[in-house]
Design a protein around this ligand. Structure first.
Ligand code: AP5
Length: 189
């Protein structure tokens, strides 16, 4: 697959960011993480950051219009011939906007890797990260809210992509290397 266009889908803490970074090195395509871009906007105090901060702190989704704008701008850059989407899309409206843009650019998605991990393991991982990195939304109450938001608004996207036969499920439990191996296998079966 040359310059593959991948989407990593999964609940908070599933390992999307960790695996995306390994894929960046291996496939030499950029990671497009709306979470990272929004956190940078918050840190810089831009208008997008000011709009996003409250939602992020509460573990709610940032409004579609804001996130779609951020993602579309990034996807139109010349280095995004191939890409690893991490944390976008997260709602039906975002998925539809992405479809429209990719069609316009002539760059359709190749694969959606759906990562699954048991919820208690996810909470444990994120609480551990809280001790190390101190991310504002890694406290138990916000984590639980992020899980609920994922189940209600994002998980249905798996069915959306399954209809187009793009979904490859990957067990996200195990070491980072074990999960990376599973992803490698589903990308080149
Ligand atoms: P975002 O930054 O996307 O956060 P998230 O989806 O909650 O994802 P995480 O970063 O928590 O988890 P991950 O799956 O990337 O796992 P990671 O590799 O980091 O979004 C944050 C917020 O921004 C949202 O709540 C929302 O407000 C807003 N937002 C972002 N995108 C949006 C959108 N499209 N629409 C609307 N709002 C949006 O790993 C987690 C931890 O586990 C790490 O410490 C890692 O070291 C560890 N770990 C990873 N793999 C393993 C393993 N195999 N074994 C043990 N530990 C592991």
């Amino acid at each position: 697959m040359s310059a593959p266009r991948l989407l990593l889908l999964g609940p908070p803490g599933a390992g999307k960011g960790t695996q995306a970074q390994l894929l960046v090195e291996r496939l030499e395509i950029p990671q497009i993480s709306t979470g990272d871009m929004l956190r940078a906007a918050v840190a810089e105090g831009t208008p997008v950051g000011r709009e996003a901060k409250g939602c992020m702190d509460r573990g709610e989704l940032v409004p579609d219009a804001v996130v779609i704008g951020v993602a579309e701008e990034r996807l139109q850059k010349p280095d995004a011939e191939g890409f690893i989407l991490d944390g976008f899309p997260r709602t039906a409206a975002q998925a539809e906007a992405l479809d429209g843009l990719l069609e316009k650019l002539g760059r359709p998605l190749d694969v959606c890797v759906a990562m699954t991990v048991d919820e208690e393991q996810l909470v444990e991982r994120l609480l551990k990260r809280a001790e190390i990195e101190g991310r504002a939304d890694d406290n138990e109450e916000t984590i639980r809210n992020r899980m609920n938001v994922y189940r209600e608004q994002t998980e249905p996207l798996i069915a959306y992509y399954r209809k187009r036969d793009l979904v490859r499920e990957v067990d996200g439990l195990g070491s980072v290397d074990e999960v990376a191996d599973r992803i490698r296998k589903v990308l080149s079966p």
